[in-house]
Design a protein around this ligand. Structure first.
Ligand code: IPE
Ligand code: IPE
Ligand code: MG
Ligand code: MG
Ligand code: MG
Length: 352
């Protein structure tokens, strides 16, 4: 075990040991052994619940390190931008805070902050946009779980919003989070022209050509002769658009050059689509205990997903291909892109 752990500690980067990494030329067998040892070491580290700091050192994942450095500030800011309000007896404020403050992965806010940082901007200035995109995301989750949509009772490891507050309050909590997101952008992003750009980005990503449009296609279904192009469009809209938007808002707040913004956009498009493919795979292969949501619902509800259309193996290959394309898109950032690379790769093996 000591040998296995020291192998992980000695690793230069997450990428070097990734399950999707390239074989070392000429010694594929040795590489297979290293990969197997590393995989078991990683699993062991997770399963033993080793404190996060030591886990990061062992796994040496730069995005994980960025996450641990900035997650507390994100949680604090979410709480601050949606504070306790005891001015009425309505449960709305409690319902908003319930779903918003449950422990999500915070991928979208982290991407806003990382994109701003990598383009030379300030984390602090980007924080309102990080919270705004998370608010819109949580709004989409609350509505996604409603009986009229996926009818899901479990979210982030806890009863869904409507199971706690009832359907009417859950609908309103979603509406209110959506509105609050734009209020935060309008009042907290400076200068006003940057706030306006962010408002436009988020509105487009949430609207008919983004999340709402994708959710509508998802509920409608693609029919028996579903084509991969339509499924791509559905997923790009329902999930990809907000992820792309998170990266773009970070870049915009940092006054990124056109080529850097274009690189972030491309990365966001590829990763956004891969993120929903791996979400679909989790629904087939994951566990409710780890994912914090019901598993097996997509098939039960006849959803058109990648595993349903292509099978598990081809879906995984497609996600890998998208992550490879995402990596190519961010070469403009040089060494700084390492964290985005490690995020892309860890998405492929995520279990929640
Ligand atoms: C779940 O999103 C819904 C999708 C868009 C796939 P996440 O997997 O980011 O969920 P949380 O925010 O961590 O709960
Ligand atoms: C929902 O996709 C994406 C959203 C816009 C919320 P899913 O329905 O697959 O998300 P989960 O699996 O319930 O989180
Ligand atoms: Mg859904
Ligand atoms: Mg759902
Ligand atoms: Mg899903």
């Amino acid at each position: 075990m000591v040998f296995v752990l020291s192998l992980a500690v000695a690793g230069h980067s997450w990428k070097d040991h990734s399950p999707v990494g390239l074989p070392i030329a000429g010694v594929p067998e040795a590489w297979m052994i290293v990969r197997a040892l590393y995989a078991s070491a990683s699993g062991l580290i997770w399963d033993l619940h080793i404190p996060i700091y030591y886990r990061n050192v062992m796994l040496n994942n730069p995005f994980e390190q960025f996450t641990q450095a900035h997650l507390p500030a994100i949680e604090h800011a979410l709480d601050r931008y949606c504070p306790v309000d005891a001015s009425s007896n309505a449960p709305l404020n409690e319902a908003m805070r319930y779903s918003l403050l449950l422990p999500g992965k915070r991928i979208r806010p982290l991407l806003v902050l990382f994109a701003a940082d990598i383009c030379g901007g300030s984390i602090e200035q980007a924080m309102p946009a990080a919270c705004a995109v998370e608010m819109v995301h949580v709004f989409s989750l609350i509505h996604d779980d409603l009986p009229a949509m996926d009818d899901d009772d479990l979210r982030r490891g806890k009863p869904s919003n409507h199971k706690v507050y009832g359907e009417a309050q859950a609908i309103l909590a979603g509406d209110a989070l959506f509105a609050r997101a734009f209020e935060v952008l309008a009042s907290q992003i400076h200068p006003a022209a940057t706030a306006l750009s962010c408002i436009q980005e988020l509105a487009e990503a949430a609207g008919p050509n983004g999340m709402a449009g994708g959710q509508s296609m998802d509920m409608q279904g693609l029919g028996d002769d579903a084509k991969i192009e339509m499924l791509d469009l559905l997923h790009r809209r329902k999930t990809g658009a907000l992820i792309r938007c998170a990266l773009r808002m970070g870049g915009i707040i940092a006054n990124a050059s056109q080529d850097r913004l274009a690189a972030l956009t491309k990365y966001g498009e590829h990763v956004g689509l891969a993120f929903q493919i791996t979400d679909d795979l989790l629904d087939v292969e994951g566990t409710a205990a780890k994912a914090g949501k019901t598993i097996g619902k997509d098939q039960a509800q006849g959803k058109c997903t990648y595993p349903a259309l292509l099978g598990v193996e081809k879906s995984r290959k497609r996600a890998e291909m998208l992550i490879e394309n995402a990596m190519k898109a961010i070469s403009v950032f040089g060494k700084k892109a390492e964290a985005l690379e490690s995020l892309g790769e860890s998405l492929l093996t995520r279990d929640h």
